[in-house]
Design a protein around this ligand. Structure first.
Ligand code: ATP
Length: 236
């Protein structure tokens, strides 16, 4: 279980997160939706230790993460799949996946997980020797998710996996998110695509200018008038 309490983060004088409380129970899909600049990426960067918290607590399975170094946080079983995919373009698909397992020593298990990723993304298997830079946007997104899975995480955090992808590819990505979750990985999903995110989410939060303004089940927020108007483009 990931529990975030009263989290504050600033960049210089700018307050990016203001007293965030979020719970991500084991085995669930939790989504955080919000507009550009609301603080979504900052939250994920703070959980992984890339950005330092000013105050507050980030507790994962009973361990406080706020003061841990980045490599320790990864080895706790938390994987981040960053916005914009960020695959290593000059490495092959296979090499990118191996990079995801760099903290692991269990060679036989790594090979099995590679096969599991290829089962999840047959397209990547067909292209295992191809340079990642020559993949389509959707394939790169799949690779970024696959690479994050190679660290064998308990929880995977996805930062806008649908960004810039065609609707059909977006649908595939969301189906895979469901499948990953069915296989036992907890998911924290950050999205601007509120419609898709709320449909898959067990629990959903809305973030506005660094603060949580709404919480409910995905279904509840899909039916919420404010969410409909501000995030789903529907009139009240
Ligand atoms: P987007 O979807 O556009 O990435 P977001 O919800 O992820 O938006 P963040 O990237 O977390 O938002 O940004 C939150 C606020 O913090 C914004 O006002 C942004 O300008 C500011 N910010 C983000 N990164 C930095 C940084 N490195 N230095 C200074 N300010 C930053």
């Amino acid at each position: 279980m990931l529990t975030i309490k009263d989290l504050y983060v600033s960049y210089g004088g700018i307050k990016a997160l203001r007293g965030i409380d979020i719970e991500v129970p084991d085995g669930k899909i939790v989504t955080l939706i919000g507009a550009n600049g609301a603080g979504k990426s900052t939250l994920l960067r703070t959980i992984t230790g890339l950005v330092k918290a000013e105050s507050g607590s980030i507790n994962f399975d009973g361990k406080e993460l706020v003061s841990l170094p980045i490599n320790k946080i990864c080895s706790e079983g938390i994987a981040l799949c960053p916005e914009g995919r960020r695959v290593f373009t000059d490495l092959s698909v296979q090499e990118n996946l191996r990079v995801g397992a760099y903290l692991r020593k269990d060679k036989a298990e790594i090979q099995k997980d590679m096969e599991r990723v290829y089962e999840l993304f047959p397209r990547l298997k067909e292209r295992s020797w191809q340079y990642a830079g020559t993949l389509s946007g959707g394939e790169q997104q799949m690779l970024a998710v696959g690479r994050a899975l190679m660290s064998k995480p308990k929880i995977i955090m996805l930062d806008e996996p649908s960004l810039g992808l065609a609707p059909l590819v977006v649908q595939q990505i969301f189906e895979i998110i469901r499948e990953i979750n069915r296989q036992g990985v907890t998911v924290l999903l950050i999205e601007q695509n509120a419609n898709m995110a709320l449909k898959v989410a067990d629990i959903a939060y809305v973030i506005e200018t660094g603060a949580i303004v709404l919480k409910g089940s995905g279904k509840e927020l899909l039916e919420n008038d404010t969410v409909k108007e501000a995030y789903l483009g529907k009139k009240k």
